[in-house]
Design a binder for this molecule. Sequence first.
Ligand SMILES: Cc1cc2nc3c(=O)[nH]c(=O)nc-3n(C[C@H](O)[C@H](O)[C@H](O)COP(=O)(O)OP(=O)(O)OC[C@H]3O[C@@H](n4cnc5c(N)ncnc54)[C@H](O)[C@@H]3O)c2cc1C
Length: 467
Amino acid sequence: MQQRVVVVGAGIAGLVAAHDLTRAGRSVLVLEATDVVGGKLRRAEVAGITVDVGAEAMVHRRPEGVELAGSLGLDLVHPTAATSRVWTRGALRPLPRTLMGAPLDLAQLAAGGILGADGLQRARQEPELPATDIGANDISVGDLVDVRYGAEVTDRLVEPLLGGVYAGHARAISVRAAVPQLLTLAEHGSITVQAGAAPPASATGPVFAGVPGGMWQLPAALRAALESGGSAAVRTGVRVTGLRRTEGGFEVTATDATGHAWREDAGAVVVATPAPAASRLLVDLAPEASAMLAQVEYASPVVVTFAFRAADPGVRAALDVGASGLLVPPVDRRRIKAATFSFAKWDWVRAAGAAGDEELLVLRTSLGRSGDAAALQVPDEELVAAAIADLELATGLRATPVDHRVQRWGGGLPQYAVGHLDLVAAIRREIERVPGLAVGGAAYDGVGIPACIGSGHRAAERVLAAR
Ligand SMILES: Cc1cc2nc3c(=O)[nH]c(=O)nc-3n(C[C@H](O)[C@H](O)[C@H](O)COP(=O)(O)OP(=O)(O)OC[C@H]3O[C@@H](n4cnc5c(N)ncnc54)[C@H](O)[C@@H]3O)c2cc1C
């Protein structure tokens, strides 16, 4: 009889791998260090309303998330027509059409006032520039955009947009790993000219989707599916501390919250943790991969969610203005890097806020980019005060929230540095030398939910191929 597979980490990638493996007839044990499944897909209550305090949307144009939600019987909804603003140069300004901050419509860019006169003049040269050829090399997104549009576009548009996804720095993140389409366009000539010739975004359907009630339901439904199937167990509060090769497969050691040590034999192992934990766990099994995983840096953002009373003076006028939120370029030196007006972005959040005795507007702010960890080592109340002060400055809001919730995401988002694709290829080569070992998760092939789901599928395929 085949020994069971141990999956380390019950984030979306680990749960997907476990789900695929059970559906292929394998027995699976999922071990999760915290007391909840889902990893960065997590819920919390703010003023009695359950919302996401981690990931809150996913790209709809990739198939993995849509297919998974469908197979679990979860509905998908799309954000409202509310649009994002850029809080820069002292005002909230409409976000022009961009590809991760690279402007696709220069007239729209000019109208929005995001750039100063010099920056705009430089950006307007982009259509005249020759193609940018970097050969087989990699380059940061910011460095590519600097070449095409000038530094102000990077500073005021690319930084806030990339900051929203990676909490990282545009001039450090790999274009090949993060926005390969941008490089492909630049290699063929002007980005703006080619974008002008492309079909409008509306032709290819909504960009984002969410689950009404919250994205946290994806891992919750996966856990339910695993536990109802009879061939999988999910144990939370169990931290895996070591992996060792044995004659028949692997020996997994772990400790639970009471300090009780576990030992478990496994025929195969899927390590679906963030890179620092994967690096520690693979130190004996795949030392080279372990060393390379240790090179992947992480940003540790903080999400502060608020509920405001809609009837309080000025609240609606400040917040309910058709914006889905705001992005903040680091050059403007604010404490928040973004705010999502969840009540305006998602109809289900607005409805949940309106269901009680008094209407509440729920929104979230995020603070902290890569390298800011020290600045975030302050009491929660200081972060809350900083977020409220920035909201006041940006929107004119003058109100006290009825509730707030601080969620710190230590080691939240891997930073795909220049050369990340080569690093991941080298890590995978080393992992493949160990039969029955697979890895998955945000450190490898994309940080977004669909990419993490895809890496969970890939990890399961690898285990099944090793039969
Ligand atoms: C604040 C924030 C907002 C985001 N927003 C979005 C969004 O809107 N849309 C989007 O597509 N993506 C978003 N992302 C990114 C996305 O949510 C994550 O990249 C993705 O969920 C990561 O999934 P994962 O399975 O790779 O890892 P994780 O979710 O990190 O799960 C790994 C799990 O492994 C566990 N673990 C670690 N070490 C051990 C150990 N030794 N033993 C046992 N268990 C262990 C951890 O506790 C964790 O539960 C966001 C990320 C953050 C931080």
